[in-house]
Design a protein around this ligand. Structure first.
Ligand SMILES: C[S@@+](CC[C@H](N)C(=O)[O-])C[C@H]1O[C@@H](n2cnc3c(N)ncnc32)[C@H](O)[C@@H]1O
Length: 197
């Protein structure tokens, strides 16, 4: 099954650089509470538990959440709170760190503004957001399906302008393959930002 293969492989990938950098920026006075948005099989959630966080992890894929629950039985209700939910329906808790690795661009563009408002509202002042956005040259964006959230660099700057200080933006544009081995053109932005409001 495609999802299971994807999730298996995702667990063998290193956490992305901005998640590691987020920990360096995080103010020690904030509670060690994190949200993993579209957590998949839970690689980043497990990493954050190891770093002493209580992690609220959600994904709208039942299989992903079921396998995370099975993998992390001993952490359930202690340091891991997994939930099947969509970006727009999730009840975001107050958090010092919000990570969205390769997930938020799957949000329908009509829903994205409300989801982004929820993300921003749940992030504590001084807290860190890290995650990926899809650029317009990505082959999936170019398909014009209309169900992905796509951002230009200018739009990203506007997204973070009011409530955040952007610490780093890394643009990646190259031909490559998905974890399932399908060739595609990637155009993504990884953003590391601190909430300042
Ligand atoms: C590319 S995977 C990344 C998973 C994980 N963050 C990782 O890095 O391994 C994208 C994830 O977003 C989830 N997703 C897609 N649309 C979603 C939605 N509307 N609400 C919540 N999760 C969603 C998918 O089920 C999938 O697990």
């Amino acid at each position: 099954m495609h999802n299971q293969t994807y999730y298996d492989r995702s667990m063998n990938v290193e956490v992305y650089p901005h998640l590691n950098m987020a920990l360096e920026w995080l103010d020690d006075s904030l509670p060690r509470t994190a949200v993993d948005v579209g957590c998949g099989a839970g690689r980043d959630a497990m990493f954050l538990i190891e770093q002493g966080f209580t992690v609220h992890a959600f994904d709208n894929n039942d299989e992903a959440i079921a396998r995370l629950r099975a993998l992390a039985k001993q952490h359930l209700k202690v340091s891991l709170l997994p939930q099947v939910s969509s970006f727009e329906q999730y009840d975001y808790p107050d958090a010092a760190l919000i990570t969205a690795c390769s997930s938020l661009f799957f949000c329908h563009p009509d829903l994205f503004p409300a989801v982004w408002a929820k993300v921003t509202q749940s992030l504590l002042s001084g807290g860190i957001f890290c995650g990926h956005f899809m650029g317009p040259n990505d082959s999936w964006a170019r398909m014009g399906w209309g169900d992905l959230s796509v951002h230009t660099h200018t739009q990203l700057t506007a997204l973070f302008e009011q409530d955040y200080r952007v610490l780093d933006i890394y643009e990646h544009e190259a031909d490559g393959a998905t974890l399932l081995g399908r060739e595609k053109h990637w155009h993504t932005y990884s953003v590391l930002a601190q909430k300042v409001t």
